[in-house]
Ligand binder design. Sequence first.
Ligand code: DC
Length: 235
Amino acid sequence: MTNTKTEKPQVICLDGPSGVGKGTICLCIAAELGWHILDSGSLYRITALAFSRQFPGKAVAEVDESQLADIAKNLDVSYVEKDGRLQILLGGEDVSELIRAEEIGNLASQVAAVPAVREALLARQRAFLQPPGLVADGRDMGTVVFPDAPLKIYLTASAEERANRRYKQLKEKGIDVNLGSLVEELRQRDERDMNRKTAPLKPASDAIIIDTTTLDIDQACREVMNWVDKKIVHR
Ligand code: DC
């Protein structure tokens, strides 16, 4: 068991595929513990947005790896809390909504497959580890970014269920999408994230696997909190 009252901040890793609920679960665990959050996917999404602006109309494969890494290295990004909401600023511009677009998510998955981009974002991600602790969500939190974390959770759910959840979210926002193409896009993204050479999406050997297919968000948060209680002394 790890004592969070020691000086070194602790990290809880939540990894898993797109649409599995990592972001929401991360928020609820961080709120319960009063810890910081790392939404590592947002860094890849911001890199993708910056790429699309710097190289309009170009495919990731058409641009030099070093140029892609420079974009990631030089991101002027900040996370600020405003009116109880976390704002993501790129060069002072609020891009919180913009980076959630499906096409930016797909582009993020492509830039994330470039080893030099991953390397360029590594130190930036580790800098989020501040007292009293961090809840980090992504694809390689437990395998690459924080391999010594005392608690690593790998969340899974069927592609159909994940696409269903996304479909409902988009519908609520008034965005019309086709469920079949959402399932297909998720499968393609899983395929790319799981099969890339650098830091592919996979559970760390010491990760606890939780299938959320039949769990609602409260049940999933309870399940993770049970593991937090077992592995981390926090009260
Ligand atoms: O979690 P997300 O959907 O916001 O992530 C967007 C893309 O970024 C995802 O398809 C893969 C990539 N990503 C990654 O490769 N490693 C991470 N730690 C987080 C995200």
